[in-house]
Each structure stands twice: as C-alpha cells, then as structure tokens.
Write a protein that binds this ligand. Structure first.
Ligand code: CS2
Length: 415
C-alpha cells in the first residue's frame, strides 16, 4: 500500500518517514511513500541518485547514531508535474495522504477560512493552475471521487485542529471551483488531526561531512533529535501502517496534545529564536544557555501551562524540564534563523491564544509580551541590516515596522 506525502522537507523525512520505515521493519507489511516536493526539484534530483534512500542522523545528549531510511518509492515535484501528483493521489493503491507544507502552505486567513485572495488560490481558481496545495488536493480528490475510493488525509503541520482546518479549506476551494465533492468527502474521506513533534534542523555541511565518512547514502541527509512523538486521532477511512509498532499513539481527541505542543514548545521556541538572534547567537543550545533568555523562556512556558486543560498540567513541571533539555541538546545544531521564519503566521497560533486565555482569567502575560517585543525588535534589526524578511507578509511587515507599529497591532492588522 502507498502513502502520498506533500511537502518533502527535512521534518517529514525525520518524522513520518522514519515511523513508516520502522513500522515496515517491525511488521510483515510493506508501505511505501511517494514524496512530493511542492516547488523545488533539488531534493528529488539528489534522492533519485540513491534510489530515494537517505541517511537520518539521530542525536541526544549522549551522542549520535545514523540510520538508512528506505521508504520512499519515488519523488515528484508538484510545480513541474502536477498531473502526476494528482494521479498518484487518485491511484487505487494510495490509502493515505500526509502533509507537511508549513503553516503558510494552507493559505488560511486568521479566522481559519480559506484565503481567497492568496495569489496561488486565485491562480488555481481563475486560471485552472495547480499552484496551491489546497487546489492540488481538491483536484486529486475530484479525480478520486469518481470511484468513491476511500482516503485518509492527515496534516502533520503545527496548526491547531490541523486536518480539520485542511478539510474546511479543501471544501471551500471545491465549492468555489464547482467541483461537487462535498458528499464524497463526507462519506469516504477522513481527516484525522495529528500532533507531531521532533526537532529537525536544516542540513548543514558538517552533517554532510559526517555522513560522507560512512557507507550510507551521502546525498541530502537529515538530522533530528532522539525525542519523537506522533499522536493521531483514530479515524482512518482505510488501512494504515502498523505505526503503533513504531511508537505512535492513537487517541480519540488530539486537541489537548496539540495545544500543549504549540503553546509550551513552539511559542517558547520562537522566543529563543528572536531573542537569541538579537543577542548574537546562532543555535538554540547556545541561546538557551543565556540566563536572561532562559528565564523568559521558562516564564513563557509557565504562562502557557496555566492555560492548558487540567490533565495536561498534571506533569507540567516534568514536561517543562524535558523541553528545556531538548533545547539544550548540543549535538543538534538547530539554527535559530530557521525558527524565525514566517512569524506573522506562527505567532497568532503559538502565542496570541495564550495571551487571550490568560486575559480571560484576569492574568497578565509578561513572558508572551516579551516574545512579541522580541519579534518586533528582530524585524526592526533585519530591516535595518537590509536583510530580506522570510515571511509571507514581508511587504506589509516592512511597511508596518517603518511606520513604527508594535507587534500586537501588526498582528491585528494582518488578520
Ligand atoms: C519550530 C518547529 O521552526 C519552528 O517554528 O518551532 O519546527 C519545532 O522545531 C517542531 O515543531 C518540533 O516538533
């Protein structure tokens, strides 16, 4: 059986691909994954030279180990060959579609509805292109619907209610495009939400050099921390790999896990990144060793914890300690810049809900406010140095910052 994965980045290759590779090794089943790069062909060009296998280096404070991951059957590039992607999803051997296209890849507005004004969505609706992930997926579902073939679609991105938001976006797109697939979606397609967690840095030359000293596939290696977690709502429309053999948990409701992840890991992570860059550090483990950054990071974690449902707070202190240990991992070399990208999309999901929930409880949020201020100072510094802003709202951010707007009003204006 086959999975089609949209968004063949490092995170997918360190996380869902690793789980599926392990599940294959632990069971008699064989699942393969067709990986889809959404835009650039570079990764495909490297992977096809080594039969789509690659090396994953896993590290914790005790050291590093390398693994060969052999679960990809082929790699497609959506921007070059969208019809092949559509056919792969429509193919009867495909039972599951997974996605890691980052927060901005969903083309959602702040209220969670489809952003009809996004350039890619407009192009897909008005010119019949396949530039947006949502449009591509809706078209593939339309093709699949002629056979009423069941499918499970799972977003593995850091969005609250990730697959539900995706369903809503696909439905809205299909309605605007007059595709008539609402009934098919209702009856045959499930969208289980997932919580995914494994810190995965961008590949650097040092990793490539370590892998080159082995007999493992040399091109496009990935590194990740040892810690990993994948929690999935048990709502499949058809077969799935025996992921439980690789440590996946299946639950009725993923919401408490995703809330805790977004608020206690991702929010503080963003703070470490902005404050760390401003203080002149390059990596997460360096920034978290700075006493001031660490104090505020812990404060943000405490503020977030107070907004979580009581059950998620039970082991709060131990959870916080384990997050801090993960940030301290000196073998990971997790670059701060990687986390700073797309702040205008990430912060409304990671930090604003904490501030709002605390305000409703009559509590202030100085840690979260410090995060917003760090983002603002980071943007100011980037603009001052003449750097490009890596954010889908880069043009607007530049204008707001030049007008002297503060972070909260910028996020409000971008809603
Ligand atoms: C990070 C995440 O770059 C970021 O925004 O906060 O990628 C984080 O490393 C992962 O969610 C960890 O699972």
């Amino acid at each position: 059986m086959r999975i089609v994965h949209l968004g063949l980045g490092n995170f997918f290759r360190a996380h869902q691909a690793w789980y599926t590779d392990r599940a294959n090794r632990e069971s008699s089943q064989h699942w393969s994954i067709t990986g889809v790069c959404m835009r650039r062909p570079l990764l495909r060009d490297m992977l096809v030279q080594q039969d789509c296998a690659y090396t994953l280096e896993i590290s914790d404070v005790g050291g590093r180990q390398m693994h060969k991951i052999e679960v990809l059957d082929s790699v497609l590039v959506a921007a070059e060959e969208p019809q092949k992607v559509i056919s792969a999803i429509a193919d009867e051997n495909t039972a599951i579609v997974t996605l890691t296209v980052t927060e901005k890849g969903y083309d959602l507005k702040a209220d969670g509805r489809l952003n009809r004004e996004s350039a890619n969505i407009r192009s897909d609706l008005e010119q019949g292109t396949h530039r947006s992930m949502v449009g591509l997926l809706a078209t593939a579902l339309k093709a699949r619907s002629s056979r009423n073939a069941p499918l499970t679609i799972m977003s593995c991105d850091n969005l609250p209610r990730n697959s539900r938001q995706l369903r809503q976006a696909v439905l809205e797109f299909s309605e605007l495009a007059g595709m008539g697939i609402a009934d098919y979606l209702d009856r045959f397609v499930s969208f289980p939400c997932t919580m995914v967690d494994r810190i995965t840095p961008a590949t650097d030359a040092a990793l490539e050099a370590r892998v080159a000293e082995t007999t493992l596939p040399p091109r496009a290696p990935v590194s990740a921390e040892m810690f990993t977690d994948w929690i999935i709502e048990d709502d499949f429309s058809g077969p799935r790999p025996k992921w439980e053999l690789a440590g996946v948990s299946f639950v009725d409701d993923v919401a408490p896990f995703e809330l805790r992840k977004l608020r206690m890991l991702n929010g503080p992570h963003s703070y470490v990144a902005y404050a760390g860059i401003l203080a002149g550090y390059a990596y997460v483990h360096e920034a978290i060793a700075d006493p001031v950054i660490r104090r505020v990071t812990e404060l943000i974690m405490d503020e977030a914890m107070a907004t979580l449902p009581p059950r998620s707070r039970n082991d709060g202190a131990a959870h916080k300690a384990s997050l801090l240990r993960r940030f301290e991992n000196p073998f990971l070399h997790h670059g701060l810049r990687q986390i700073t990208n797309d702040g205008s999309v990430k912060l409304p999901l990671r930090v604003l809900p904490v501030i709002e929930a605390r305000a409703a409880m009559g509590l202030p949020s100085p840690g979260c406010e410090a995060l917003l201020a760090a983002w603002q100072r980071f943007l100011e510094a980037e603009i001052e140095c003449g750097r490009d802003l890596h954010d889908p709202s880069a043009t607007e951010l530049r204008l707001f910052i030049q007008q002297g707007a503060d972070a909260a009003s910028i996020l409000e204006a971008l809603k």
